[in-house]
Design a protein around this ligand. Structure first.
Ligand SMILES: C[S@@+](CC[C@H](N)C(=O)[O-])C[C@H]1O[C@@H](n2cnc3c(N)ncnc32)[C@H](O)[C@@H]1O
Length: 229
């Protein structure tokens, strides 16, 4: 899977781990530990077990559980450390055993179940990790994305982050997307990256030439990119 489509719980073996912000965790072991904690009937014991996990994440060398595992096997997941620590600390702050157990089971579920809606592929069980999906009414986009086939060659083109946000929020992989004012083809490039098929309509033959050049750069495989003049 390409890193563009990864949630923070997918493991991309090509990607370097940033040990300051990420933890590599043995998924099966973590699920087993959480299952055991979920069966404890005393809130203080639940909290002391959770504290042990927090200690391991903060000081990986004291990993008595075998929770951290840097082997890139199928049972290994890359986790955003800060979000995981927030989830664990929320359990520590629970006032009742019911609440503590609820948070434990929610964390376990987030490791085992993917919940998506009809309109996109975002995993609602891990919604906190999509820090790059802009949900504010005001979008603040920093540098223009110039990676891959993107270039700012056509004066009227989009910042690629604009179609990227819409595609990820309102479409699923494999769906068809129509851009009736294609210009240089920014939407098609983002469609390709995100696994959506794209059709673009453009009035000006000169601009279609630019779009076609970009289309050649992105190429054709399972994902279709069609340009109509
Ligand atoms: C603002 S540009 C779009 C730029 C595009 N989003 C990009 O990133 O390159 C609008 C484009 O719509 C095209 N256009 C205008 N009226 C059109 C129409 N009726 N049908 C198709 N294309 C049209 C223009 O030629 C222009 O290239």
């Amino acid at each position: 899977m390409k890193s563009d489509n990864l949630t923070l719980f997918d493991f991309d073996s090509d990607k370097k781990t940033d040990w300051g912000t990420e933890s590599i965790i043995n998924q099966l072991m973590f699920i087993e530990i959480l299952s055991k904690i979920g069966n404890i009937d005393e809130i203080s014991k639940i909290k002391s077990e959770i504290q042990k996990i927090i200690d391991i994440i903060n000081a990986p060398r004291k990993d008595d559980f075998g929770l951290l595992n840097i082997c890139s096997n199928g049972g290994t997941i890359r986790i955003n450390k800060q979000i995981l620590l927030e989830d664990l600390n929320q359990i520590l702050r629970s006032q009742t055993i019911e609440r503590a157990k609820y948070y434990v089971s929610r964390l376990k579920k987030s490791l085992t179940e993917i919940k998506t809606s009809k309109i996109n592929d975002l995993n609602l069980n891990r919604w906190k990790e999509y820090g790059d999906i802009l949900t504010e009414s005001l979008w603040i986009l920093y540098k223009r994305d110039k990676s891959g086939a993107h270039n700012a060659g056509y004066w009227g083109n989009f910042i690629p982050q604009i179609p990227n946000q819409f595609l990820r929020r309102y479409t699923k992989q494999g769906e068809w997307v129509l851009d009736p004012f294609l210009g240089s083809g920014t939407t098609l490039i983002e469609c390709k990256r995100l696994g959506r098929n794209g059709i673009g309509v453009e009035l000006s033959p000169g601009v279609v030439e630019i779009a076609n050049r970009n289309k050649l750069i992105i190429g054709e495989d399972k994902i279709c990119s069609k340009i109509i003049i």
